[in-house]
Design a protein around this ligand. Sequence first.
Ligand code: UFG
Length: 333
Amino acid sequence: MILITGGAGYIGSHSAIKFLEDNREVVIFDNLETGHIETVETLKTIGRVEFVKGDLRNIDEIRSVFEKYKIDAVIHFAANALVGESVTNPAKYYRNNTFGTLNLLDCMIEHDVKKIVFSSTCATYGEPKYTPIDENHPQNPINPYGMSKLGVEKIMADYDRAYGLKSIKLRYFNVAGADNKARIGEWHDIETHLIPNILKSTFDKNKKFKIFGNDYDTPDGTCIRDYVNIEDLADAHRLALLYLEKENKSDVFNLGTQQGDSVKNVFDTCERVLGAKIDVEVVERREGDPKELYANSKKAKEILGWSPKRTLEDSIKTAYEWEKKLNKDVLNV
Ligand code: UFG
């Protein structure tokens, strides 16, 4: 069985679908702080899913999963992921993301489970020294979120040396879109991300979309990011586990499209895809936003055989279909 921590959340649940489609059995461990039980219920309609509500900060809760199920490998997503919140409440990030992972790894070693795919982030690089960013770019996070994930990467390297625990660290760039059948999608009670915020502003006139700064040193003055489609990203987890099972080697990969899109370009693409004018205003810069981040992901292509297949338009279309469903069927607004 595969243990998926954080499988009720956005990236965890879309990745779970890929494993279920491969007929693999999955146990989801999630504290449901930001994930949703409705998402788990949907996954149960797709394949064999067990669910355990629990928190990684409590070692007994995660240990009980290893005692109850025969776990072969772990795909680890469970974490807090709001950069701004990590600055005001760093302890939450180090406790949950870093020490929570330490509990998980210790349970793995206790039960002789030696394979893990870890959800890391381009936030471990900090302010880019050059773009596109490759895996050898220096890692100097500028916020506790990035630091909490970098800490885990280092711990995993030490656990490989000490115990032979093999890990694949996947450093995501900006993840976007939803399941192409709108079964699941991005569902955050506090939404900070660009595409869902643009789309939400079309449903709720009180949520006027705001561009955070148009005076950056970029061609149109807005920040540039690398938007990788959620299903492409989910595929990478499948390939990463296959690689671990075959090669039994630790490694790290960037996951991005290698293409930078500005906030303005994403906004214009949303208007085009929706065929509608969307209200927008430009406000102050958001603190801590680097002007330009995009990936060099050649390594993932060469070694994992992964390359993104879906476009920014695909991400916007699927995100919109999901957003409609979330508003109508789930939130009843
Ligand atoms: N933006 C807006 N308006 C919004 C939301 C975002 O203009 O309402 C802009 C941001 O200022 C930024 C870009 O859109 O320039 C992308 O912002 P997101 O919040 O969507 O994504 P981030 O690049 O801030 O964050 C992502 C991941 C984090 C990760 C980080 C690494 O979501 O988990 O990249 O830099 F840590």
